[in-house]
Ligand binder design. Structure first.
Ligand code: UDP
Length: 306
């Protein structure tokens, strides 16, 4: 999605992916593609001169990160250090990094600003925070212009670009699988949370708005500075509200039952993106949950037909 936006904006784009979880057919036309492990390939690749690096690659399943931390410290932190070293070695000037709301853990404040204390509650969030710290040091010492974007709940789709996981764990794709008849029902992980309807509240952000933020971040990265921005819409929706919106958009009854809480889930995560709006000039265009769900639904049906 981001690669497509970069190509549209006139950039020359090289996509590097080992395809361990990605899909070759999601690489847009107009990009050069190299199938490789970043840790092994970074130094050789960056020897050609690049304007910047957008670093998305990561292991990103919270549950797995608790059971197999080595995969996360190695795959996320060690790999990112190799990339930072390659950038230093070859003088690559700009970095945009995919950070996460999971760096904050379970803050008592809402909405969450970039000044909120970072106390990750899982290994995934801890590795992403460690990388953020490393980026701060490298930016400071080596003059790299870096931006970390802390994603809240990314959803929606754009044409053929949408969420496709071998094992789906995210709420909206799961609910839409029920609407398609691929699952019997959706499980609501707890309705005894301290929220208005008892289910967890999250801040859903459309993938195209997220992609736009990356282009703005790349353009705004300033030498020797590491800026961090939260990306969300500033409005929280409960699990029940998400399911109701999916019922409305799909016209399907979507049976739901209440299951126990999922370990590690915070009750409420809502972003303040004031800083991104002010400093990057970011203005999300698809903030409406119904629009986000409708785009995801169009993508889900498109996939089923193909
Ligand atoms: N959730 C749920 N049932 C599911 C999947 C998710 O109730 O089958 C809840 C989950 O507990 C969380 C919210 O939906 O409160 C969003 O979860 P998701 O995994 O999509 O994103 P996360 O917030 O964990 O990054």
């Amino acid at each position: 999605m981001c690669a497509a936006r970069l190509v549209e904006a006139g950039h020359e784009v090289v996509v590097v992916d080992d395809l361990s979880t990605g899909h070759a057919d999601a690489i847009p036309d107009g990009c050069k593609f190299i199938q490789a492990d970043i840790a092994a390939a970074a130094s050789g690749l960056l020897a050609e001169s690049f304007e910047g690096v957008l670093h998305f690659a990561a292991k990103s399943l919270v549950g797995e990160s608790m059971q197999d931390p080595q995969k996360y410290w190695q795959g996320n932190v060690v790999t990112s250090l190799r990339l930072l070293d390659a950038m230093r070695e070859h003088g690559t000037r700009r970095l945009v990094f995919s950070s996460t709301a999971a760096t904050y853990g379970e803050p008592a404040v809402t909405p969450i600003t970039e000044d909120t204390a970072t106390r990750p509650t899982n290994t995934y969030g801890a590795t992403k925070l460690a990388i953020d710290h490393a980026i701060t040091s490298y930016a400071d010492a080596h003059g790299i212009g870096a931006v970390s974007l802390r994603y809240f709940n990314v959803a929606g789709a754009h044409g053929a670009f949408g969420e496709r996981h071998t094992v789906e764990t995210h709420l909206i794709p799961i609910v839409l699988q029920v609407a398609l008849g691929q699952r019997e029902q959706v499980q609501i992980f707890g309705e005894d949370w301290p929220t208005a309807d008892g289910t967890c509240i999250r801040d859903y952000i459309h993938v195209t708005d997220l992609a736009d933020a990356h282009l703005l971040a790349l353009a705004n990265a300033a030498p020797g500075r590491h800026r961090i921005y939260n990306l969300g819409n500033g409005t929280g929706f409960s699990v029940r509200q998400v399911i109701d919106t999916c019922r409305k958009v799909t016209g399907h009854p979507i049976p739901a039952n209440v299951a126990p809480r999922r370990a590690g889930d915070p009750a409420t995560l809502v972003a303040s993106s004031q800083r991104a709006r002010e400093e990057l000039g970011w203005a999300p265009e698809r903030a409406d949950l119904e629009v986000i769900v409708r785009d995801a639904w169009d993508f889900t049906r498109l996939r089923q037909e193909s």
